[in-house]
Design a protein around this ligand. Structure first.
Ligand code: NAD
Length: 247
């Protein structure tokens, strides 16, 4: 059983979807969890629920696209918990359109959250982790970042970019005791796929050897493994969790 007793875990975008389930699984294994998310109401309610159940949880309303906010809140996190063991860079958005129809604003919004946000949080977290000479950074990529996808130029560019960041940080931070890995989910049942037409989702199920879409718990399990001591010799890698969709 993976044990995160007294470990401090920061999850961006943890108020919903995959981030929420990942937070739950870390909490269930004894971690102290901090969540940064734009969704204030959902985040506060969750933190209250988990605190009422006797867990150590803190929520901050934060937009990962602001480096100033990320730096400030990271120093507050350090005061609050004294350390940071795991960062899950999970916050992400889509603004889908074909190359013909995508406007530069849609391109930029996705860059700001999915790529700049990952860079800002990774940079701020690695400062703390360097000082303590240990830590794990986990980044949310996607199978579409590895194989491309119709109508997702912006999103795919960021999810490929996240793979590049993961490999670069693994090289730069390994000697500092910091491991860096990415998870590339297939199509997972969260609000993010609400915009995908039912017909397309059914086709995706048909194409998936395991015959179903993914669930948030499938992705959370990969994050927990990569964050655990059982993965102590794994860095710079991308784990696909997609039911075999793109074997
Ligand atoms: P979701 O939309 O259910 O949740 C994303 C969370 O991020 C939300 O709580 C949202 O409020 C938060 N968020 C958005 N912008 C933010 C910002 N600027 N600052 C802080 N928080 C912000 O999404 P999900 O499906 O749980 O996806 C989580 C991650 O996994 C994303 O990076 C996504 O790209 C990736 N992913 C998801 C799928 C999928 O099929 N659902 C597949 C591959 C990769």
């Amino acid at each position: 059983m993976m044990d995160f007793e007294n470990k401090v875990v920061l999850i961006t975008g943890g108020a919903g979807g995959i981030g929420r389930e990942t937070a739950q699984q870390f909490i269930d294994r004894g971690a102290k969890v901090e969540i940064w998310d734009m969704a204030e109401k959902a985040g506060k309610e969750l933190a209250q629920k988990w605190t009422d159940e006797g867990n150590n949880v803190h929520f901050e309303k934060l937009d990962v696209t602001s480096y100033e906010a990320v730096k400030q809140t990271m120093s507050e996190l350090q005061e609050r918990w004294s350390r940071l063991d795991v960062l899950v860079n999970n916050a992400g958005i889509t603004r889908d359109a074909t190359l013909k129809k995508m406007d530069p604003d849609e391109w930029q919004q996705v860059m700001d959250v999915n790529l700049n946000g990952v860079f800002y949080c990774g940079k701020a977290a690695s400062g703390l982790m360097r000082d303590q000479e240990s830590g794990v950074i986990l980044n949310a990529s996607s199978v579409v970042g590895l194989y491309g996808n119709f109508g997702q130029s912006n999103y795919v560019a960021t999810k490929s970019g996240v793979v590049g960041l993961t490999k670069t940080w693994a090289r730069e931070l390994g000697r500092k005791g910091i491991r860096v890995n990415a998870v590339a989910p297939g199509f997972i049942e969260t609000p993010m796929v609400d915009t995908v037409p039912e017909k397309v989702l059914n086709q995706l199920k048909d194409q998936t050897p395991l015959g179903r879409l993914g669930k948030p718990k499938d992705i959370a399990a990969a994050y927990l493994f990569l964050a655990s001591d059982q993965a102590e010799y794994i860095t710079g890698t991308v784990i696909q969790v997609d039911g075999g969709l793109v074997v």
